[in-house]
Design a binder for this molecule. Sequence first.
Ligand code: PBG
Length: 336
Amino acid sequence: MKGSTKNRGQFPYTRMRRNRKSSSIRKLVQESTLKITDLIQPVFVIDGNNKTESITSMPGINRCSPDQLLNEAQELYNLGIQAIAIFPVIKKEKKSLNAEESFNKNGLVQNTIKLLKRNIPELTLITDVALDPYTTHGHDGILNQKNIIDNDLTNETLVKQALSHAVAGADIIAPSDMMDGRILRIREKLESHNFHDTIIMSYASKYASNYYGPFRDAIGSSDGEKIDKSTYQIDIHNTDEAISECELDLQEGADILLIKPGMPYLDIITAVKQTFGVPTFAYQVSGEYSMHCLAFEKGLLERDSTLLESLIAFKRAGADAILTYFAKEAAILLNG
Ligand code: PBG
């Protein structure tokens, strides 16, 4: 026990319930706080105009065309949310083995960034750097002749993708692919093109998790099939490996570390925050979101207080900000 004194811990000198006796004392001794400015809303964008599609696997979440997304982004910003993370749904005919569409300067993501930046310049835009929406097989990298993801070849495309996002006006580039060395390559490219202030948020500790299922359905990267990403995402049994990933990404130039998934990996968030003391974000992923929604629909859990509790857990664990599909709803609740 920190700062232990003689009678501390002895009943009745210590009664833990004293500091819980009223709402005001509970607020005074409260350690962590969930703020609207901690929340980042992931959004799905599709080609077209005036289009909004619901996502079966993620109740309440939509895929929107850029014009509709602009309205949504404005609403989020008005609620006090500072950042959104953009994920594209790429048409089948634009997918390929080498994912060339990923760095098209007039691609869906690039054009969406331009539209949002023109209209809401203050909203921070985070873009996903990874090839899974663009490859025919749904992997985050390019396959070699032996059908293995080729790390260094993939990096060459990731660098082009990252630069195209920076040119379009992205504030934060977020590589979520888990290739080795990509942070260094991306940083070098950004520096050489004078994007000194473009932030890199590395998905440094991304586990080969089962909780991404609904997302893969949302962006149409899986065709309903389970994709095994265990040769590049972290083994779910390991902690040291996650710490090493974070250390390497920091050495390579990452500005922010991201841990993913969220709730089943709170131990990793705490370890990373305590080890490095740098901005550490968490991603409450699609599976975590959908699980909650099903429990709410069935009346098993009370919606508002439970979703807030799930987010407060991240703050307690040490996360600075949280990517969550509940961001908008939580912001409305926190605004009271
Ligand atoms: C892939 C990517 C994934 C998510 C974000 N970026 C899925 C994956 O690794 O297959 C998952 C997000 C979620 O489940 O909400 N680059």
